[in-house]
Design a protein. Structure first.
Length: 85
């Protein structure tokens, strides 16, 4: 989320981006990458320092279409005892 806020400064990331949908996408893509990319290819990523990892995250975040992860606003909660029609 911090990388998104840093690269999409002109948009209200906290108010528009669903952390749930974003996490779901990361989980799905990670599973596929772990299957498709051989383990020895991951060594280059495991050896980067914090600054390099931050730069990688910023680079990737700059390409994300925030509309794909838009929050679905929830209706206000109804008081107890009130039924919906």
């Amino acid at each position: 989320m911090a990388a998104l806020r840093a690269t999409h400064r002109d948009q209200a990331v906290n108010e528009t981006v669903s952390e749930y949908y974003l996490a779901q996408e990361i989980e799905t893509i990670t599973e596929g990458m772990l299957i498709a990319i051989p383990e020895n290819e991951w060594t280059m990523v495991s050896h980067v320092n914090s600054a390099e990892l931050g730069n990688i995250l910023l680079y990737m975040a700059s390409y994300i279409d925030l509309k794909k992860y838009k929050k679905n606003p929830r209706d206000p909660k109804k008081p107890l005892g009130v039924t919906r029609r």
